[in-house]
Unconditional design. Structure first.
Length: 158
């Protein structure tokens, strides 16, 4: 009777303490990541049995997201240097929006690169009558093409 109830209460208290420890570890994980420590993980060895598995799965999920972020950074650095030979990995589901955004970035950079190369090739051959298609571009890319068009026009008139 009373002995079993006492054992049950103690067992429930241990379970509650373990859950609170896991919650505290998850809170620390969130704080560390919010502070920029993306490599931080919870200590799986601090939690026995199913709690350890739960912590392991959370760490794996976090690791998966960080891996995508790191790959995104890697691809962006290539693009920033002008190396458009790299593609973002195809990602599943809602993460595909990341792949799509990077593909659009690459397409846009390739288009402005081609337009500049086309005008430069014509100028190098002495043909200053060519003009870039400003309407294909927006914002700074449009300004770049417009600037090249002014340069081509000025040189053509002289």
């Amino acid at each position: 009777g009373n002995d079993e109830v006492t054992q049950l209460l103690r067992s429930m208290q241990r379970m509650q303490a373990q859950l609170q420890s896991v919650m505290a570890a998850q809170g620390e994980l969130a704080r560390q990541h919010d502070a920029g420590s993306l490599s931080y993980r919870m200590d799986e060895s601090a939690f026995p049995g199913d709690y350890g598995r739960m912590v392991h799965e959370t760490n794996a999920l976090v690791g998966s997201h960080v891996q995508v972020q790191n790959r995104l950074i890697e691809v962006m650095k290539h693009y920033a240097r002008g190396d458009l030979s790299v593609d973002m990995d195809p990602l599943p589901g809602e993460k595909a929006a990341i792949t799509q955004a990077m593909d659009e970035t690459k397409t846009s950079l390739s288009a402005i690169n081609s337009e500049i190369r086309r005008l430069a090739t014509a100028a190098a051959a002495g043909d200053f009558s060519l003009r870039g298609d400003e309407d294909r571009f927006a914002y700074d890319f449009r300004d770049m093409v417009a600037g090249l068009n002014r340069l081509m026009q000025t040189t053509d008139q002289n």
